[in-house]
Design a protein around this ligand. Structure first.
Ligand SMILES: Nc1ncnc2c1ncn2[C@@H]1O[C@H](COP(=O)(O)OP(=O)(O)OP(=O)(O)O)[C@@H](O)[C@H]1O
Ligand SMILES: [Mg+2]
Length: 241
């Protein structure tokens, strides 16, 4: 059967920096796969490769058996970037940001239809941001921003969710809400790749874990991947680039 995400022997360089080499990952539909590794390990690079935004030196990335650009253009991939990668001064309201999740559902004129408005409203309600819908995105707290991007992913109705550090800087309540939400989306058939530094969140969130350290060192059950000898390889195997 075709995997939802298939990465084969991927190599990515940024000029002379080798970000990933020999990275292989396979994630089946409806699974939540955690990407665990230290700063600079290549987690964001791996997510952006799956999104088709990074041009690899070599290797293959397939989403549902095809190059990622196809699924991305069809709105099939929702990406929640790491907070540092977002321009928070952009003059968009929370509602606007969530509505961008509907673009692939609209025609070239991007004229929102009733269904689009309903999807945006429902997504905002689901993450508890209805009251803040008109607020500029930069005028939200860190946790509220994460919720706003989660709402965009929900409104998009994507089959594949790529979440880059969704728990960084959020409180326990928001973390639990986001975990429950991600599990619900996976139960409904979505595939999720989620990078995290926070190992405590992994057992409740992930069906499997990929250890990232300039490559994918190993992929397997969370309990096995979180054993000290496995973690030691991921966290000691590479100096900070
Ligand atoms: N646009 C870029 N230009 C040059 N080097 C980059 C670029 N993006 C990433 N890198 C380098 O590639 C390597 C992997 O970075 P990446 O952002 O994928 O790591 P990460 O695991 O997401 O780290 P973090 O936990 O800090 O978010 C690092 O050495 C980084 O410095
Ligand atoms: Mg990163």
């Amino acid at each position: 059967m075709t995997a939802a995400v298939q990465v084969e022997d991927l190599e990515v360089r940024f000029s002379d920096i080798l970000a990933l080499t020999g990275a292989t990952l396979r994630v089946e539909r409806g699974r939540v796969c955690g990407l665990v590794g230290m700063n600079g390990a290549g987690k964001t690079t791996l997510l952006r490769s799956v999104l088709g935004l990074v041009r690899p030196v070599s290797g293959v990335v397939h989403v549902d058996g095809a190059p990622p650009a196809k699924a991305r253009r069809a709105g099939g991939i929702a990406y929640v970037p790491q907070s540092e990668d977002v321009d928070w001064d952009f003059p968009l309201s929370v509602q606007d940001v969530v509505a961008t999740g509907r673009f692939a559902h609209q025609g070239v004129l991007r004229r929102p239809r009733e269904g689009d408005r309903e999807a945006v409203e429902a997504a905002l309600a689901r993450v508890g941001l209805t009251a803040l819908a008109d607020r500029q995105i930069g005028a939200l707290s860190g946790g509220q921003r994460k919720r706003a991007f989660a709402a965009r992913a929900i409104a998009q109705e994507a089959n594949l969710l790529l979440l880059d550090e969704p728990f960084a800087g959020v409180d326990t309540g928001t973390q639990e809400d986001l975990t429950a939400l991600i599990r619900e989306l996976a139960a409904a058939g979505a595939t999720v790749l989620v990078s995290t530094h926070d190992l405590d969140t992994v057992p409740a969130l992930c069906d499997e874990v990929a250890l990232v350290a300039g490559t994918v060192l190993d992929q397997g059950e969370p309990a096995a991947m979180l054993e000290p000898h496995s973690l030691a390889r991921a966290f000691a195997g590479r100096s900070l680039a």
